[in-house]
Design a protein around this ligand. Structure first.
Ligand SMILES: Nc1ncnc2c1ncn2[C@@H]1O[C@H](COP(=O)(O)OP(=O)(O)O)[C@@H](O)[C@H]1O
Ligand SMILES: [Mg+2]
Length: 443
């Protein structure tokens, strides 16, 4: 590529004149990223679903660096999704670096942000060399859980720290909607406003742009198209487009249900192997999560059906999920995502569902290290005495089985506590649980 062409692209994406929009600061991720950058000499990889806010986070980091005294010309930001870059290979990386050095003359080891790096074949080699020679501090991002390729990933083994970025937590969602919650007092004082936003959060989901947009469905349908064409069909070279589309719809409309590859295959008339392969791709791009059943026996854990959760309840709704009829299941999906956020900030956390031979179920078992720390049941409407008794029976059985004495039921509004034979079950409204959970991880 021509030098001037490259420079023109770089000027569009860099903050050399301090003109880039960096949006609303997401402190949880920004602080963590800053700690990684200043506290280690490792390469940093940022992954997460498409449109979760990775590029914005990188820009926020670049701005923070310059606010803290790093000269702007010592920071380089390259967006490999820019269609003007071609061909995407390691030669281009070297060229970009040369152009940057030639025109900006960095005065110190530069910080180099490489956005959507998986587009560049063989990038691991170039990044490793730059890192080995201490020529730059490198931060890369991509929309795939397996950002490092199978062939070259080992080049970076032990040399990188990973950060996963998720769409907005409920506390962040409130912040994006300009509602500040700083204390328990605020939760009470702003209850109506918070509740109204909670319903929107469940209905339209948590992608940052959706939170800020008035045309929510349009944005979501666009995301879906991008995800399907760019992240799935193109990257994995899939030809069975209708089967893949049908499976995504099947999974999104079954959010919070038990699924098996066999039953999905039967219902869609698609071979089980294809279902399994596609499901792996969906997990890679963070579209779905398959939750395993808790068991001390690995074999039983592996062969039990999975519970399926979607990355975003807004996506479920925009693809035809009936919101009003299924709010309980969507709320369960929201709880799952909150637990998942906790897990990405603390890798010691493990999540399961629990089920016994009499088909009693508990939605979530949370393990920390080797220890089961809590169990959670999501029951949107627990005002009916029969429902309440059934949910409590399952929880008690599960608690007894896993040897814990405290658990929670998450509800739409019901609050309280049930004590029985040494077991304590707290009933907590979703909004309150979400905000308490998130403040525990530093929001
Ligand atoms: N922190 C933020 N503040 C404001 N808007 C944001 C923020 N993060 C993301 N967005 C919105 O979401 C869109 C997608 O974010 P982006 O960072 O491009 O996602 P990714 O790089 O993960 O695909 C942006 O174009 C912007 O509209
Ligand atoms: Mg991006």
């Amino acid at each position: 590529m021509d030098k001037n062409e490259i420079l023109a692209i770089l000027k569009d994406w860099n903050d050399w004149e301090g003109q880039q929009d960096i949006g609303t600061i997401r402190s949880v991720y920004l602080n963590r990223l800053e700690a990684f950058i200043t506290g280690s000499n490792q390469i940093i990889t940022i992954t997460g679903p498409r449109r979760a806010g990775k590029s914005y986070l990188m820009r926020q980091m670049a701005r923070r660096l310059s606010d803290k005294g790093v000269r702007r010309e010592n920071i380089l930001f390259v967006n490999f999704e820019d269609p003007r870059f071609t061909p995407l290979d390691t030669k281009l990386l070297a060229q970009v670096y040369d152009v940057y050095k030639g025109f900006l003359s960095p005065t110190d080891t530069p910080y180099i942000f490489l956005d959507e790096i998986q587009e560049v074949a063989g990038w691991e080699k170039w990044v490793r060399t730059m890192h080995e020679l201490k020529k730059a501090k490198i931060i890369v991002s991509g929309s795939n859980a397996h950002l490092l390729s199978r062939e070259l990933g080992t080049l970076l083994t032990g040399r990188h720290l990973d950060l996963t970025v998720f769409p907005l937590s409920f506390a962040e969602y409130l912040l994006f909607n300009k509602v500040e919650v700083k204390s328990a007092f605020d939760i009470v004082g702003k209850e109506a406003e918070i509740d109204g936003l909670l319903y929107k959060y469940i209905e339209a989901g948590s992608f940052p742009e959706v939170a800020l947009s008035v045309k929510k469905t349009e944005v979501l349908l666009n995301y879906f198209d991008d995800l399907l064409t760019k992240d799935l069909l193109k990257r994995f070279r899939v030809r069975k487009t209708p089967a893949m589309k049908a499976l995504i719809k099947y999974y999104l409309s079954n959010a919070s249900n038990l699924v098996t590859f066999t039953s999905a295959g039967k219902s869609l008339q698609v071979h089980t192997n294809t279902i399994e392969r596609f499901s792996g791709y969906f997990e890679d791009v963070y579209l779905i999560f398959l939750l395993k059943r808790f068991s001390y026996k690995v074999k039983e854990q592996e062969k039990s059906p999975r519970k399926i959760y979607a990355i975003d309840t807004g996506l479920c709704n925009s693809l035809g999920f009936r919101f009003s009829e299924n709010i309980g299941r969507l709320a369960e999906n929201i709880v799952f995502l909150a637990l998942k956020r906790k897990q990405i900030l603390d890798p010691q956390v493990e999540l399961f569902y629990w089920k016994d031979t009499q088909h009693r179920e508990v939605d979530f078992v949370i393990k920390h290290g080797l220890k089961v720390t809590s169990m959670i049941q999501v029951c949107w409407n627990i005002r009916d005495e029969k429902t309440k008794a059934r949910e409590l029976r399952s929880l008690h059985k599960g608690m007894k089985d896993l040897n814990i004495t405290d658990a929670a039921i998450i509800t739409d509004a019901t609050e309280g506590e049930e004590k029985l034979n040494g077991y304590t079950v707290k009933m907590v409204p979703l909004r309150k649980w979400l905000l308490a959970e998130e403040s525990a991880i530093g929001l």
